[in-house]
Unconditional design. Sequence first.
Length: 192
Amino acid sequence: MRFYAIALLALTVAGCASDPARRAAVAEVEVARLAPPLKPLAEFRDYDLKPIAMSTGVLTDEAKVEVSKELEAKITARVTPLLESWRIGKGQTGNGSVLIIEPKVQELRVISGGARFFLGAMMGDSYIDIDVKLTDSATGQTIANPRVRRNADAWGGAWSVGATDRNLLDYITDIVHHYLEVNHSFKPSSGK
């Protein structure tokens, strides 16, 4: 009997693992609702991904700072190869400007697996809310500042023993990556 309970728990947790296809679909929907930058990202000569910044509310809580650093590591690992591929494909083209990419965690609440195990849905929702400011280094103009917000439902977190809470970082990372990728060579509408 004990074996079956452990196997059921393992299947439940594995079933709640972050599915790349689902994350990609969510990223596509989320990016479609965000305003594009004022100009295609392909127009820039180079790209500078800054370390993640944090609001005062996040900085005052060590646990939130740790989760923010974990999110920074995921974004850096996912976005850096994209920026490198743009640099390689660019050669000497571009307008001479550098695109400065500055992610900033505005709000964050990610419930730990232990808290989910003992208190379940009573711990409430988890959420991450970040801005991704894109600035033209030559002019100082902000060309985009999309806000990305995702949450993990309290009941989903309870049933998955915190897996949906931990998956939030992957969802945010995929949305940021997809936003940059989609807007690399978009064509601005003629109505602007």
